[in-house]
Write a protein of this length. Structure first.
Length: 408
């Protein structure tokens, strides 16, 4: 070896087994591929940007920075700004669940709340129970934590309580994760009786329930259903998650969790290690904006309700005979099941050529996937765009069905 030759180097250590085993989000992969301006995209779960209250949110930030810039730009406590937690506690109490500010931890989006819970509750090899199908990012979080993820059999109302109890007694899981109101991806809402039955199983068998509620304020018809956390059987073992992303703005990255003291404290320690605290200025601005949030949400609900109705009205002509779909009372999504011969993962590239996109259903399943399913988001496009998008979808689906393919 010559004097100026580089010294031999050894390879760097490999990535952790957890990160190597968990893939990226198929939804975000689809969004990256379908970002062309001519695309009508039913794949995303994005709020409609034209409905953001830009002036109201800007005014809240200006007021915060004018009234107390030193506080707004400084470090804050991990638990969250008192003004925001107090306002949140009053809001939750007003919806039927008595809550104090000290019951809450402010998080950087409710996705962080899920990650903190996985850190605080789940050791590698522990069992976690989920709905089937399930919110995709929850499957990622629990998979990254090294959990065994098992789907609870269910029906159009959610997880079956008898099947849940059998799984709890056999598998000894740490928690059940559920989105009981306007679920992602199906749009379904769990009835009151089913919620009470799940709470009773958790009490009898020893189980945490993680109740995720990012869409609950986006109701277009029907009557509100009490949180699982409000049932007496589950009050000491339910974690309630919430978010401002769908009703205020996702760019603020503001969420929260309500949990019993011991678990909340463990999540606080985990958050200290993750990011110290959620941005102070965002919290203070949100606390101010809560004074007008209800009026803004009412406007959003009116628009989204029209868009849901437009999609429901167009589906019979857009989908093949024999298709079925959910009719959500709120939220952002509906769930489609095509006839037996269709595989929505294999069919997606053909549909994209018609400048429209959806999310195939297969990635949402923790158990055996149903290849005929797909998720449609109805809130981002106008009724006219929805009509055109469904015409394009019909053209793509009218091509010869994809058959004989294994589910992806």
């Amino acid at each position: 070896m010559t004097a100026d030759a580089p010294a031999p180097t050894a390879p760097v250590p490999p990535l952790s087994l957890r990160t190597s085993a968990i893939g990226g989000s198929p939804v975000r992969d689809i969004l990256a591929v379908t970002a062309r301006p001519e695309m009508i995209n039913f794949a995303g779960g994005l709020p409609a940007p034209e409905l953001f209250d830009r002036d109201g949110i800007a005014a809240a930030f200006r007021a915060v920075l004018q009234d107390g810039p030193a506080r707004a730009l400084q470090y804050a406590t991990t638990e969250g700004e008192p003004a925001l937690r107090e306002a949140l506690a009053a809001r939750i109490t007003g919806r039927g669940l008595p809550t104090d500010a000290d019951d809450l931890l402010v998080t950087t989006g409710s996705q962080q709340a899920l990650s903190l819970l996985a850190t605080a509750l789940v050791d590698p090899g522990d069992t976690v129970l989920v709905e089937n199908p399930c919110y995709l990012a929850a499957l990622q979080v629990f998979g990254l934590a090294g959990a065994r993820v098992i789907a609870v059999p269910g029906d159009e109302h959610g997880p079956d309580p008898l099947a849940l109890e059998e799984l709890v007694r056999r598998e000894r899981p740490k928690l059940l994760y559920t989105v009981p109101t306007f679920q992602n991806p199906t749009g379904r809402t769990m009835p009151t009786a089913r919620r009470a039955a799940l709470a009773a199983v958790a009490a009898r068998c020893g189980l945490w329930i993680v109740e995720d509620d990012p869409y609950g304020e986006l109701r277009y018809d029907g009557e509100p259903v009490p949180w699982i956390a409000a049932h007496a059987d589950a009050r000491d073992r339910t974690v309630l998650l919430g978010s401002f992303s769908k009703v205020m703005a996702p760019g603020l990255r503001l969420g929260w969790l309500r949990a019993p003291q011991g678990l909340r404290r463990a999540c606080t320690v985990a958050k200290q290690a993750a990011d110290l605290h959620t941005p102070t200025v965002n919290q203070l601005a949100a606390a101010r904006y809560l004074d007008v949030l209800d009026a803004h949400v009412a406007q959003v609900r009116a628009v989204y309700g029209e868009r849901r109705d437009a999609m429901l009205a167009g589906l019979p002509d857009a989908l093949p005979a024999g298709s079925t779909w959910t009719r959500p009372e709120g939220g952002m999504f509906l769930w489609v099941r095509l006839p037996q011969s269709y595989d929505t993962t294999a069919l997606l590239p053909r549909v994209v050529r018609h400048d429209v996109a959806y999310v195939p259903g297969a990635p949402f399943f923790a158990a055996e996937p149903d290849p005929r399913t797909l998720r449609l988001c109805f809130v981002t496009q106008t009724p006219e765009e929805i009509g055109e998008g469904l015409r394009r979808l019909a053209a793509g689906l009218a091509e010869e069905p994809v058959t004989g393919l294994a589910p992806s």
